[in-house]
Ligand binder design. Structure first.
Ligand SMILES: Nc1nc2c(ncn2[C@@H]2O[C@H](COP(=O)(O)OP(=O)(O)OP(=O)(O)O)[C@@H](O)[C@H]2O)c(=O)[nH]1
Length: 498
């Protein structure tokens, strides 16, 4: 991600202050100059950069600072907090409400990733327990309805559109009415875009808004738009009441900064970012976590979001019970693989851990790991209930079992044997976790910043995940290194599934 370069440059500017014995006005000015240059190079709006510089200087008041204070730390804190303010409009996004039909309309220029983003948004909320449905109100682009249909079919989401009706507002209204009647609680309206801002597009947007009266309008913007992003976002906001922003394509070569400035233009919060073409490559946006990650400080909140996403709170006691029981069956292993698969790309998750970059797990290795898990799950699909719930692995030594599982799943007997030994290895790991306590609701889920909390977290992780990360010991040694102010060059034991 090119944004990582921005983070490195800002961190570099902050660290360079350590080269000076005394941190005075001149040192601060130099550091801020480097930070401003980095932000401008990332296409952040020039007015916002100037504001950040002025605000940090005002907040720090270096000449008046008491002599005992660690000036570098104060400056770092001020920069962190100004970066957060720049990305946080201080307005809350619309919160979806259960038990009613929430209508969310997506707007943005053509090609910015609207249709893909609508599907990702629907899918992310489906996983949270909503019943989403999508409407294609784009009659401008030939093939738009087909694209939406294809996306929805893959994601298992109902859709509505028309090949004959030419009025997008009429399609949107009819679709919303139908899905309301069918009691869908999240109705997503995908609108058309144009290559550029033009009156016809804005008029159409107004008509659709009028027809469906959405609860929230989401503005989708491509992360690579650059300095033009601010004016583009402003034009949309002046036409319809944009309430949230999603920045797409923050993977790849997007500089990102321009699109991030859309927050200031729309006065609306970023709710998600797109980090790839795949439906899973979509992350909830929390300003502080994002800035933390940008500066290489990790993102425990995002990390815990992912974990609580896949182990819903009501299932956590059940997991705890199994843990305390210390019996590790094939069925538990199956559930843990399913949890890991639900978490999405591992590289994305690892980048949320302090000191790790997105590039730690190469995409190829990640795919191979997912494939392997899928194969394991297919083999387990061919097991009987007796095998899945067996408390003693010896059952698999009985004549013909391995062969039957291999045949049923279309895998080789050797692969089934590998699965059995993997199960054994994981069972031993679980044995070590016997009797541990699970953090309770609000019990430090988002503030895992000390050793005790980190240990707690390790207890919550699905064992497959923990294994991928290098086990409990790896987490603890990571914490030790962090306490010592050192970021580790790599995570020990990245073997396991990878
Ligand atoms: N790398 C990457 N590609 C993305 C992301 N989001 C969308 N895309 C790709 O961007 C291209 C355009 O996406 P669409 O969803 O068709 O764009 P759109 O804004 O709906 O276009 P119109 O329907 O014409 O308005 C597609 O190839 C998507 O796969 C992302 O986060 N990362």
């Amino acid at each position: 991600m090119v944004l990582a370069e921005l983070g490195n440059k800002i961190t570099g500017a902050l660290r360079s202050m350590a080269n000076n014995t005394f941190v005075d006005e001149a040192v601060l000015d130099n550091c801020l100059k480097d930070i401003a240059t980095a932000l401008l190079q990332a296409d952040i709006n020039i007015k916002l950069v100037k504001q950040l510089r002025d605000n940090v200087k005002r907040a720090v008041q270096i000449e008046d600072m008491a002599s005992g204070l660690n000036k570098r730390k104060v400056i770092e804190k001020a920069v962190f907090s100004e970066l957060c303010s720049m990305l946080d409009p201080d307005t809350e996004p619309y919160e979806l409400k259960k038990g009613r039909s929430n209508v969310v309309m997506f707007v943005g220029l053509q090609g910015n990733g609207k249709t893909t983003t609508c599907t990702k948004y629907a899918y992310a909320n489906k996983r949270k327990g909503y019943r989403p449905a999508m409407i294609c109100a784009d009659t401008f682009r030939a093939g738009a309805f087909d694209q939406l249909k294809q996306n929805c079919t893959k994601a298992g989401i109902p859709f509505y559109g028309s090949y004959t009706e030419t009025d997008p507002a009429a399609i949107a209204a009819a679709g919303v009415q139908r899905f309301r009647e069918e009691r869908y609680d999240l109705i997503i309206v995908d609108t058309s875009g144009r290559h550029k801002q033009e009156d016809a597009l804005f008029e159409e947007m107004r008509e659709i808004e009028e027809a469906v009266k959405p609860d929230c309008i989401v503005f989708v913007i491509d992360g690579s738009v650059g300095q033009a992003a601010y004016d583009q976002a402003l034009a949309f906001k002046q036409t319809v009441p944009v309430g949230a922003v999603i920045v797409t394509k923050l993977d790849g070569h997007a500089k990102g900064g321009g699109a991030l400035s859309a927050v200031a233009a729309t006065d609306s919060p970023i709710i998600y970012i797109g980090t790839g073409e795949h439906i899973d490559e979509f992350e909830q946006f929390h300003t502080k976590s994002f800035v933390s990650r940008l500066l290489g400080l990790g993102d425990w909140t995002g990390f815990m979001d992912k974990i609580t996403d896949v182990i819903p709170e009501d299932q956590q006691p059940e997991l705890l019970e199994k843990l305390q029981g210390g019996v590790f069956t094939m069925r538990i292993l199956y559930e843990q693989y399913a949890n890991i698969m639900k978490m999405g790309p591992m590289g994305q998750i690892m980048s949320m851990i302090p000191g790790f970059g997105q590039d730690l797990i190469p995409k190829g290795a990640e795919q191979a790991s997912q494939e392997r898990m899928k194969h394991f799950m297919t083999m387990m699909d061919s097991m009987t209930d007796q095998e899945l719930d067996a408390q003693d692995i010896k059952i698999f030594q009985e004549d013909g079992r391995l062969e039957r599982i291999a045949q049923g799943s279309g895998r080789s007997m050797q692969e089934v044997a590998v699965l059995i030994s993997e199960h054994k290895r994981m069972g031993q790991l679980w044995g070590k976790m016997k009797g541990l306590k699970m953090p309770g609701k609000g019990g430090g889920m988002s503030s895992l910043n000390n050793r005790q909390n980190l240990q707690q977290m390790s207890k919550m992780l699905p064992p497959g995940m923990l294994n991928q990360m290098g086990g409990v010991g790896a987490l603890q040694s990571l914490m030790k290194q962090l306490e010592g102010g050192k970021l580790p060059p790599g995570f020990p034991g990245m073997g396991g599934m990878m």
